[in-house]
Write a protein that binds this ligand. Structure first.
Ligand SMILES: NC(=O)c1ccc[n+]([C@@H]2O[C@H](COP(=O)([O-])OP(=O)(O)OC[C@H]3O[C@@H](n4cnc5c(N)ncnc54)[C@H](O)[C@@H]3O)[C@@H](O)[C@H]2O)c1
Length: 347
């Protein structure tokens, strides 16, 4: 059985990543694409063989055979389109962040529930084979008690005319809401821990647009571990490694290039059986990294297949709105902390 999909918004993520991934999904069929820019819809329909190319959301939602829509429009469009899709009884996979604010996101989540449609969120990096492996290792206790983590995602994002992402009222936030949200979402997903408190700062150092061009924050997790996330719009792509690290009382994981739009990068896992007594010399004996055997694939294909299964009644929604909103809330708290100059408690 295949889920018949409609896509709303045929820009960067949809055209370059998610639709190509959808093409490889065994339970998906692309029926229609829609973009307010008809040329973008036409190009996408022609390239991926969609039956309909449209520039009206209503026209797409009126297509009876469509069971699920993927909303990949700018964040300021999410609310209206999500509500319209839910009213039309379409299941919805919506890109992150769900809404401009957590309040808006919660409103959308509640609306979908009332309409009896499934709402999933596009945190596709949770499907990365290495991220799943890291989660498994930590759940198995291989790192002991998690005490620290760090994640970074950057891109080069100079000032551009009419760029919705550079305007907070259209995007909900800059580097932190756009990219830092993946970092904290992965830390939550991989450790299985939630955020208890946040201290952060955001600002504009290089680019003077309305949204921040950089942010950094310390997150206290529910077990007391202190984690660090930084997100920058002002570092050249080729000069960044987008690293992620997890530390526990029995070991650590170092990841490089896994927080990315493609399923790649590499990880190193270092574990000890017993940390032993205090060593005044702090000798760092070399240990053999744990052998990691993971077959990488296509995160978008996995994301579409998993949500498709939920639509077909054969599985849970892989990333629920409630879960995604916890990550968005953590980023909102970074903004609150930065504005108020104090730690924000989320408990
Ligand atoms: N999961 C990820 O890693 C990831 C990566 C990039 C973007 N995103 C998310 O995907 C969404 C889109 O981001 P993007 O980078 O693809 O943006 P984009 O600007 O590249 O593309 C947006 C597309 O939507 C179209 N559009 C504008 N207004 C519209 C409307 N009212 N109705 C329908 N289409 C409309 C534009 O013409 C454009 O083609 C955002 O929510 C963003 O945060 C997620």
């Amino acid at each position: 059985m295949k889920v018949k999909w409609g896509v709303i918004g045929c820009g960067g993520i949809a055209y370059r990543r998610t639709i190509p991934g959808m093409m490889l999904a065994e339970n998906a069929e692309l029926v229609a694409v829609m973009d307010s820019n008809k040329a973008a819809a036409d190009k996408t329909a022609a390239e991926f063989g969609a039956k309909y190319s449209l520039d009206s959301v209503d026209d797409l939602l009126n297509i009876k055979e469509i069971q699920a829509v993927y909303i990949a429009s700018p964040v300021f469009c999410h609310k209206e389109q999500c509500i319209a899709a839910a009213k039309a009884k379409k299941h919805i996979l919506i890109e992150k962040p769900v809404g401009l604010t957590c309040e808006e996101a919660q409103e959308l989540s509640a609306f979908c529930e009332r309409e009896g449609v499934k709402l999933g969120v596009g945190f596709m990096m949770r499907f990365h084979g290495y991220h799943r492996k890291m989660r498994e290792l930590i759940a198995d206790g291989r790192l002991g008690e998690i005490v620290s983590a760090r994640a970074q995602l950057t891109c080069w994002y100079p000032e551009m005319d009419n760029c919705w992402r550079q305007n907070r009222t259209l995007s909900g936030g800059g580097a932190m809401m756009d990219m830092g949200i993946h970092c904290i979402d992965l830390i939550r997903y991989i450790t299985g821990l939630d955020v208890a408190a946040v201290t952060g700062m955001v600002g504009n150092q290089i680019f003077k647009y309305d949204a921040e061009d950089a942010g950094a924050a310390v997150f206290k997790l529910s077990n007391g571990a202190l984690c660090y996330v930084d997100a920058n719009f002002n570092i050249p792509d080729a000069a960044a490694k987008c690293k992620m690290e997890f530390y526990g009382t029995k070991g650590s994981i170092f990841a490089e290039g896994t927080i990315a739009q493609e399923e790649g990068g590499r990880i190193e896992v270092l574990c000890v059986e017993d940390a032993g007594d205090y060593d005044a010399a702090q000798n760092r004996d070399e240990i053999v990294p744990v052998k990691i055997d993971v077959k990488l694939g296509n995160m978008y294909t996995k994301e579409i297949e998993a949500f498709g299964k939920a639509v077909l009644g054969d599985g849970e929604i892989p990333v629920t709105a409630a879960d995604a909103i916890r990550s968005q809330r953590a980023i909102e708290a970074v903004y609150e902390s930065s504005a108020q100059g104090k730690t924000i408690s989320l408990e």
